[in-house]
Design a protein around this ligand. Sequence first.
Ligand code: DMJ
Length: 644
Amino acid sequence: MSKSLPYSVKDVHYDNAKFRHRSFFKVITQTLFTSDMKRECVSCSTGKFLGLFMIFGLACLMLTHANKTPSVTDGLSKGLGTNEEQKVVTDVGVRFKKLLRRAPRLPPRLSGNEKVSSGIFTGKPNEHDEEKWKARQRNVKEAFTHAWSGYKKFAMGFDELLPLSMQGFDGLGGLGATVVDSLDTAMIMGLEEVVSEAGSWIESNLLERISQKGDVNLFETTIRVLGGLLSAYHLSGGDQDMNLANTGPKPTIYLEIAKNLADRLLSAFTSSPTPIPYSDVLLKNSSAHPASNLLSSTSEVSTLQLEFNYLSAISGDPKYKTEGMKVFAHFKTLPKVEGLVPIYVSPHSGEFIGQEIRLGSRGDSYYEYLIKVWLQLRSIQDGNFTYLYDMYEEAMRGVRHLLVQKTIPNELVFVGELPGGSKGSFSPKMDHLVCFLPGTLALGATKGITKEKAMKDNLLTVEDFENLKLAEDLAKTCFEMYSVTSTGLAPEIAYFHTKDFYEDGLGGGNQSSEYVNDIIIKFNDRHNLLRPETVESLFVLYRITQDPKYREWGWQIFQSFEKYTKVDSGGYTSLNDVTTLPPQRRDKMETFFLGETLKYLYLLFGDSSVIPLDKFVFNTEAHPFPIKDAIYLEGGSNMMKGTV
Ligand code: DMJ
């Protein structure tokens, strides 16, 4: 099993032509020698020709260093258009105008000794280092085995394990969520026994559960259960018409169950009077209803599309994609605050409700899916979904302008909230959930390739650099939210010391941290649910910057999980208070500890060619889907094209 995964990963052929940089010198010379100018030049004397050629050469040099924003964005979002020469001429015109209007802003250049501070790491790790990381990766695999063994012993078939009371609990509608959330992690780790146990349970039980169970949340069921099934389908060879798994059911079993589940989930869309789906579904009779406050969360309704799009691609049925993408098409039309959106939306009116804006709970993965769905669909579209990229870019500008501040005294960068209403205009508060953002920003900047390659190929715009810088600064803050506590584990929510806000005596407990006065942790926010967001971002940033500090930070976090959350009888547990020793424990192992946290740590310490970020997109629950064009075109018989 451990072998079959990299085969499937490496076999993916990815045509990256639309993202390839085209030398501007080539563009100019091609234009010269294929246009009328060519004929005129030929009739000139040699002297005049050489003179003209030098002037154009000079212009080329100047233009190569001019601000690249428009052409890169065009190139990424629209691909190489049908009338290539026309586009080239337009680009030339735009560049000349820009040159006349303002001084060019040069992308940063790297000199030898700037390499480290620019976050580019080209040196190959030595053998000793490699051995060290392999050993650490084995530690994560053992942690996963320990987590699974506790679940299997005490809670097999329940949604979650309560590791202290050694029993199962159905907190997510009773579909055995831990089994499905864990399966692709086991595949990636090459744990055949777990793949067999989880796969067999799914094959024998899941369809029956789906047809008999009651209320489930549309979002949670999509990201964890549907997402887990789809990723298992791919990793076991499904969309390559192969069975790569040495054990467990045939890939088509996962697909059949996924379709059955998604057909029922679709009722959330079809029962709603607007494109905004209801939040809850009654699986057994395929009906849906709104939450008790009649509202849907913005992040929930916009975090279904990667899954529904991929299902449409592999099943050949466009209905999933059609319904899911209506949400984004609708959001595109709604008023926003510099690209930022309120955290509630009404399925009855289709309007945003309230003024609360945050990138934490109920807001987070709206921003994540804007860029990820664009990455998923960009290579097979004729620019139909460029609006997603534009919405993402505008939102990130809004984040940088309205939400980013620095702490006192040590200038940690954080992303605050706009509480709306009478509560004032800015709150220096950040959910741990916001720590997904560094990874998303880095991914959005390089589109999954390394920063080194993106810079070498001149693919980064000034905004990409700004987003990458924010990603790195914010990742540091997220890491310090761990380091500042007595346990080395982050609280659920942190506040930050600013000129307008400070509360004494609410430090994290680690007096040796230089950030004890920057980070404030209120009593009610001191719990830790084994969440993945920080290690997710460390993984993405390591892949993109190749900076080993992200691995070291991940290793420190992993050791704290081992020390304070491991339960001897099996499993890991959430904590009630990360600031006191020994920490009080909470008795719950969330499914995402196996689905996300341990998966990202394992990938962070492993070989970067496994699940490469320019060929896969991770759903918000860390289930990877391929973004190879052919799957969407062939598998979906072209139905992926422009349904919305
Ligand atoms: C997961 O279910 C997903 O990552 C979701 O987007 C946010 N919350 C949890 C993990 O913290």
